[in-house]
Design a protein around this ligand. Structure first.
Ligand code: COI
Length: 367
């Protein structure tokens, strides 16, 4: 949909009531995931007549929406997830934001939302991180500032059609480990009742509806003592797709590395894409292919599948230690963090946190 000719300028209004330093430092010392937000947020508005306009940075706080806002009824909404990392010299960087921007544009297209140009996407995160730079955790650890760009139908209208007023925003939240307990192998429940996405649906788009559709299955996973749910394909209910919000990788004893191939209903993860490249460089025989749930169960039991890990911006690289289904379970990789998992995880974190040269040109300086 609409492209603006000139890049947006995010006008900054700094709040006077900044969170006290001691309070911010306490959050940064133990950030958790997704609970505390920085002092500001970015916002912009789109209408068919004006395109993107009114780009601004202002105090983080409630949005004013009519109860009739279309997003509340028809879920016309998309989002992204990326992080800002502080490097040893104090500078702040982001990992492949142009790939997130491109996916955001594809998601917008699928949800009939207006496209936000890549320069405005990166411009918005730069503007926000510039103002809230003190919220980026210190270098040296694994913590970062999680950035959540989002776009939704803010028009007050109950007819079912693409909204004629859309709001774009970015909020930011200091982030440590996504799973409680830090880095540890997680357990996965196989959802046999629910699917996350179907051919022709919105599975490849990063839209809230996909995550809403995963929640009942996630509840089922929790009820069975598992950390996450894995979804199978919607047609045959046989092929492994992804977790509730993460892609999957399988490491075989013979050095093969497989990740479920993109089929239109799997999210094209930025971390997934980067791991494919890194694993190839490490000499693994990497393929994007179909992996069946039987192959996972039997391969984990026989040891042919030596390691399984989940990946995503929030989860980074998280080992899987147990697969559970209705009537059985199997330990994966001895329930330990595997060698390939640990190596790939460390390599990725070292690039992101600036501890190793960025030979791929993946990092973009924000501040
Ligand atoms: C991310 O990894 O950024 C996501 O959006 C997934 C969600 C589970 C937090």
């Amino acid at each position: 949909m609409s492209q603006n000719a000139a890049p947006l300028t995010f006008e900054v209004t700094r709040r006077q009531d900044l969170r006290p330093d001691a309070e911010r430092e306490a959050v940064l010392a133990s950030p958790g995931f997704g609970t505390t937000f920085t002092d500001h947020m970015a916002l912009a508005t789109w209408t068919p007549g004006e395109g993107w306009h009114d780009a601004r940075i202002r105090a983080y706080g409630p949005l004013s929406l009519m109860p009739s806002a279309a997003v509340l009824h028809y879920a016309q909404e998309i989002f992204e997830g990326l992080k800002a990392y502080r490097h040893e010299d104090g500078s702040v960087w982001s990992f492949r934001p142009e790939v997130n921007a491109a996916r955001f544009a594809r998601s917008a297209c699928r949800l009939a939302l207006p496209e936000l140009p890549e320069g405005d996407f990166t411009g918005s995160i730069k503007a926000l991180v510039e103002v809230d730079r003190d919220w980026v955790p210190a270098a040296g650890g694994e913590a970062s500032l999680y950035l959540r760009p989002f776009m939704f139908a803010s028009e007050s209208f109950l007819g079912v059609r693409p909204a004629a007023e859309v709001t774009y925003g970015v909020i930011a939240s200091p982030a440590g480990a996504y799973f409680k307990g830090g880095l540890r192998p997680v357990s996965i429940w196989v959802s046999e009742e629910y699917v996350r996405a179907a051919p022709g649906g919105t599975g490849a788009a990063k839209c809230g509806g996909n995550y809403a559709a995963s929640l009942a299955a996630q509840e089922e996973a929790s009820a069975h003592g598992c950390d996450q749910v894995v979804f199978l394909d919607g047609l045959e209910r046989r092929w492994v797709e992804e977790l509730g919000g993460m892609n999957l990788f399988f490491v075989f004893r013979d050095g093969r590395v497989l990740t479920p191939e993109l089929n239109g209903s799997i999210l094209e993860g930025v971390t997934r894409l980067s791991i494919i490249e890194l694993a190839k460089e490490f000499g693994y025989d990497v393929a994007e292919a179909r992996v069946s749930i039987e192959q996972w169960r039997e391969g984990a039991a026989s040891g042919e599948i030596a390691e399984v890990f989940a990946c995503g911006t929030a989860a980074v690289v998280t080992p899987v230690g147990r697969l559970v289904w209705d009537g059985g379970e199997v330990t994966v990789g001895g329930g330990e963090v595997g060698e390939a998992t640990a190596r790939i995880r460390q390599a990725l974190l070292d690039i992101q946190h600036g501890r190793t040269p960025d030979t791929h040109g993946w990092m973009t300086r924000l501040v």
